[in-house]
Design a protein around this ligand. Structure first.
Ligand code: UDP
Length: 458
């Protein structure tokens, strides 16, 4: 029997915004049930992460501590190499983080709070290896959909016939619990070159799922993906713990967020087009120009996120955004905002999204219709589900043109299809709200996981 009164869960994330956010929300749920939670990642200046090394926050009956991975051969947080667009940061962390994490786990025991369980995000297989090597039970938080997990699982274990990258839309794969999916609907890493680092990391993750991981927590909820969850359970110990919607965790600066909300407060209900492409996606100069002109052509108010690293791509400095925003201040452009808070504002009528899974879940939970513009990773699959399975939006063909953008926005905001799209969006919002309420899918998932941790400590 362990000496500390409550289990101590160590959350480990790769330093990616879309991974840190849901893991932190999971941490809040675990802490609110009285668990001691320590959150660790290798923070860098580009990560919107409001909690300094050594910070603690009380949540309900429990506490979250923040203890950064640092020292050893890890780069300092402001090292520009963290922005390496080729993903070399992943290789560096893969090599440098394991001894630092092992030391951090040892320190917890010395401090009288031994780690009962490690929960690592996907794309951090090194964390799973460290936990496994030290004999600490461990879970993975899968931060993409259960559909995407099932596709990877079936592909990398050769359990289904997948269409080749070149196959047309007529050739589809049949995976239990999923609709037929064409090559263009599959997660990009399935057909990525073998030497692509992210693909190698993913393969290590998928292997560890079958070999060493004790539980697979997924940011989803029963009502959203029931057939997929049930079909995957004979293969993997899946526990749905979503929707893990980010709240106060991913603020840019508080002032920006307050400005956005004040601006939204002044707009009519469901009038605003909100545009954000997540934390990583780079769009081209041409796309940016078409986006700005297309937004201007809708005649609707819009809130556009252009991260600082995308702003450099603007043709003629900020000229095209100035053209879009015009002198009547119809548009607002920010470098970052609290997206979940924006989406839940009643003035937002449509979300133009790259379809990252967090953005997908946040859109569904807020009941906001979408225009999908996926680029890579799991985004094509999420776009397919948003448009064709959940029925909450339309797909914007690539490459974006101003006319196509304007037409798509009109379809979900004002055209004859808009009423049906809004009704389906409202239905998903109600399902997500039920999943989040007492006795809902999220509470059940968290309870199952906490019970499992308690049972292994006994
Ligand atoms: N996000 C945000 N403000 C922004 C843009 C993004 O808070 O201006 C958050 C968004 O709410 C989501 C995360 O960043 O939780 C992005 O994750 P997602 O999976 O959607 O995309 P990724 O960044 O991984 O491509």
């Amino acid at each position: 029997m362990s000496s500390s009164p409550m289990p101590h869960v160590l959350l480990v994330s790769a330093p990616l915004q879309g991974h840190v956010n849901p893991l932190l929300v999971l941490g809040r749920h675990l802490a609110s049930r009285g668990l001691l939670v320590t959150f660790t990642t290798a923070p860098h200046a580009g990560l919107k992460f409001g909690h300094g090394d050594g910070a603690t926050i009380d949540v309900g009956r429990g506490t979250i501590r923040f203890e950064h991975l640092k020292g050893g051969d890890l780069w300092a947080p402001d090292d520009p190499r963290y922005h390496d667009p080729t993903g070399g940061v992943m290789r560096h962390i893969e090599e440098a983080a394991p001894p630092v994490l092992a030391e951090l786990i040892r320190r917890q025991s010395e401090a009288g709070r031994p780690v009962s369980c490690v929960v690592a995000n996907a794309f951090a297989p090194w964390a799973t290896r460290v936990a496994s090597g030290m004999g600490v039970p461990h879970a993975m938080l899968w931060t993409e959909s259960c559909a995407v997990l099932s596709l990877f699982y079936h592909y990398f274990h050769s359990l289904a016939d997948f269409p080749s990258r070149e196959a047309g839309p007529g050739a589809t794969v049949a995976v239990p619990g999923l609709p037929p999916l064409a090559a263009g609907d599959l997660p990009a890493l399935i057909h990525a070159p073998e030497e692509f680092l992210w693909r190698q990391v993913l393969i290590a993750d998928i292997r560890s799922l079958r070999e060493t991981v004790t539980w697979v927590l997924v940011n989803t909820f029963d009502e959203l993906e029931r057939p997929t969850i049930e079909a995957l359970r004979p293969h993997l110990p899946v526990i749905p713990v979503g929707p893990l919607c980010s709240g106060t965790e991913n603020h840019g600066s508080g002032q920006d967020d307050d400005d956005c909300v004040a601006w939204l407060d002044a707009q009519p209900p469901r009038s605003v087009v909100f545009v954000a492409f997540g934390s990583l996606l780079q769009i081209s100069r041409d796309e940016m120009s078409e986006l700005a002109e297309g937004l201007a052509a809708t005649g609707r108010p819009f809130l556009l996120v252009v991260r600082d690293d995308n702003r450099e791509l603007l043709p003629d400095g900020d000229h095209c955004l100035a053209a879009a925003t015009g002198s009547d201040s119809r548009g607002k452009v920010v470098a970052w905002c609290d997206q979940a808070r924006v989406l839940s504002h009643g003035a937002v009528g449509c979300f133009v999204t790259h379809c990252g899974w967090n953005s997908t879940v946040e859109a569904l939970a807020s009941g906001v219709p979408v225009v999908t513009y996926p680029a890579w990773a799991d985004q094509p699959t999420n776009a397919k589900f948003l448009a064709d399975v959940y029925g909450v939006g339309v797909r914007l063909p690539k490459p974006m043109t101003r006319d196509a953008l304007r037409r798509c926005i009109e379809k979900v905001m004002g055209g004859p299809e808009a009423v049906a799209v809004r009704a389906r969006s409202a239905k998903w919002k109600a399902e997500a709200t039920a999943a989040l309420s007492t006795g809902g899918s999220l509470e059940k998932g968290i309870q199952d996981f906490v019970a499992a941790i308690l049972s292994i400590r006994a």
